[in-house]
Design a protein. Structure first.
Lengths: 204, 365
């Protein structure tokens, strides 16, 4: 009798269902150290990123767009704080916006055919996706796109995020630049390049 | 190049396939059963069904000399069966793997006295027969695997075992079992090799989860294919030393699911692009040299499409000129397994592929 009562009070509430048992197992995948999935990466500081941005701008002013693009893709910011990463993204987008549509494919083909070129285009693809993510988040308003933690009480689907319908013209223009670059990069580096953007743990 | 020999067995994915040494019997893993097809004339006809697993069979292998079949399957079942050929048909023996997740992949050692089963339990079960108990026993390779083992491959010495895992690493272990294996000769992978010695642990930059691993015919190089559309070849230089070379080829293609060596200077790989590709190289470098699919191959409805009547019929029915529901490749879906079929010395003269489209195809290299 008493056993049944204990049981009811403890198990009638459904909160036990949401206990994350994986977090309690020491060698579970939840406690997986993802830093083991990439080689050690040198840290890049914000000042180094700014310095590189200045060099890249100089190349742009000098008309060497290919050198500018190569320059920022050969030193992607894999290990750095958010400000450094964001600054480098802006540099890459600035370079991408200053290259004419007719020059895109030949330039990508030249870069791809050089040693280390495939790696450069993989880095470019990472920045394209990051750029698209960043501009859609700006347009989507202040609502968080994904709730950081789903509470046990939440059952339905939330309407958080949504389409960036209120995107202003400049983000729209930036997006169209990124999309046309995306198309051209896939033409040159293939679908394998998109796959690598997803598997690679060296995030930009 | 002679045309490939295509056997369309059924409209269902083939998880794995294996031929007997005489090429007269073909075993395929289809849903919960292992189906045995016998060669009748030029075709394969269903001969026998091995039913013992109660979940999807994930892998099957046939030992070339003894003719024993080993199969393994997913959760709740989690066991392997060794099927002994007898005059009355195949007799199953249960092998307790002692794992709590699905068994993903199984291969006989070249010595045929052991087999290795990869699993989702972050472990590899190395199984061998214990005469005194008349029972298959399993020993686990666990450290330092941190995720599902997706594939395994044996070194020619039957002691070293390569394993690919969803933690993006390809590893080489020793699976030395006292009393079963003769003491292995020291080599590039190590000198003393007690059980669970980690002889190498490799990861490439873009870190895709590993789909396939293979030792070169000499056993002195290791190749692996990962989900980042790459293949990576490792040349070790000796125990406790960094490898001589690790060469990674990032391709423009979709990922490869399976690869084999053809001699020391060629690798054949196939996967999500539904066709097999050839890589050539050595310790100085590797490159993609082309597809094994012969272009302009007749058949598969190409001829039918050229008739004017059919063209207008297509336009009328579907509103388009070309019937684009068929791929230009022999396989019509992902290739999941690639195996050497006929070898002469170290080189492979024919290999077989099977995939999600229910076809088994035998190719000339």
């Amino acid at each position: 009798m008493s056993i049944i009562q204990q049981h009811t009070s403890a198990s009638l509430s459904e909160s036990w269902r949401t206990i994350n048992i994986d977090a309690l197992t020491e060698d579970s995948s939840l406690n997986f150290d993802t830093s083991s999935l990439h080689p050690p990466l040198p840290e890049t500081s914000e000042s180094e990123v700014r310095q590189l941005a200045n060099q890249v701008r100089q190349l742009l002013r000098g008309g060497d767009t290919e050198g500018a693009l190569r320059g920022c893709l050969e030193s992607p910011v894999y290990n750095g704080n958010d400000l450094a990463k964001e600054a480098h993204l802006q540099t890459v987008i600035e370079v991408l916006q200053s290259i004419k549509a007719s020059e895109m494919t030949p330039m990508l083909q030249r870069i791809y055919s050089t040693p280390g070129g495939s790696e450069c285009l993989d880095a470019l693809m990472k920045y394209l996706y990051k750029g698209m993510g960043a501009s859609s988040a700006q347009g989507g308003g202040s609502a968080p796109r994904t709730p950081t933690r789903v509470t046990p009480q939440q059952t339905g689907f939330s309407q958080a995020g949504g389409r960036p319908h209120a995107a202003n013209e400049s983000t729209g223009a930036a997006m169209s630049v990124l999309l046309s670059w995306h198309e051209k990069v896939v033409e040159v580096a293939g679908l394998g390049c998109i796959g690598r953007t997803m598997t690679d743990w060296r995030k930009v | 190049m002679a045309a490939p020999e295509v056997h369309h067995l059924f409209h269902h994915p083939i998880a794995d396939h294996a031929f007997t040494a005489d090429h007269k019997t073909l075993a395929v893993a289809r849903e919960n059963t292992v189906e045995l097809y016998g060669k009748v004339g030029n075709a394969f006809k269903l001969q026998d069904e091995l039913k013992a697993h109660d979940k999807t069979v994930t892998s099957v292998d046939i030992a070339p000399n003894s003719g024993r079949i080993v199969s393994c399957s997913q959760v709740t079942d989690r066991n392997a069966f060794v099927w002994e050929p007898t005059p009355e048909g195949y007799k199953p023996t249960l092998v307790l793997l002692r794992i709590n997740r699905a068994a993903t992949f199984v291969r006989w050692a070249p010595s045929e006295t052991k087999f290795a089963v990869g699993s989702g339990d972050r472990a590899i079960a190395v199984c061998y027969f214990e005469d005194e108990n008349n029972w298959w026993v399993s020993k686990h390779l666990k450290k330092p695997i941190r995720s599902t083992v997706t594939t395994v491959a044996w070194h020619p010495n039957s002691v070293l075992l390569a394993a690919g895992s969803a933690d993006a690493h390809a590893r080489v272990f020793s699976s030395f079992i006292k009393g079963v294996d003769p003491k292995p000769a020291p080599g590039v992978w190590g000198e003393r090799l007690p059980f669970n010695t980690v002889c190498g642990e490799y990861l490439n930059n873009s870190a895709g989860w590993v789909h396939s691993v293979a030792f070169s015919p000499s056993g002195d190089a290791l190749a692996f294919a990962a989900h980042d559309s790459s293949i990576t070849v490792v040349y070790p230089s000796g125990p406790d030393q960094p490898p001589k070379a690790i060469i990674s080829i990032n391709t423009q293609l979709l990922p490869f699911m399976s690869l084999i060596w053809n001699g020391e200077a060629e690798i054949i790989a196939a996967g999500y692009d539904c066709e097999a590709f050839r890589f050539k190289g050595g310790a100085q470098g590797w490159q993609l040299s082309g597809t094994l699919e012969s272009k302009g191959r007749p058949g598969l409805g190409d001829a039918r499409e050229e008739s004017a009547l059919n063209m207008f019929r297509q336009m009328d029915l579907k509103g388009k000129v070309k019937d684009d529901t068929q791929l230009k490749t022999v396989h019509q879906n992902t290739i999941t397994t690639l195996r050497a079929y006929e070898t002469s010395g170290e080189s492979v003269s024919k290999f077989s592929t099977s995939g999600v489209d229910g076809r088994v195809v035998i190719w000339h290299t």
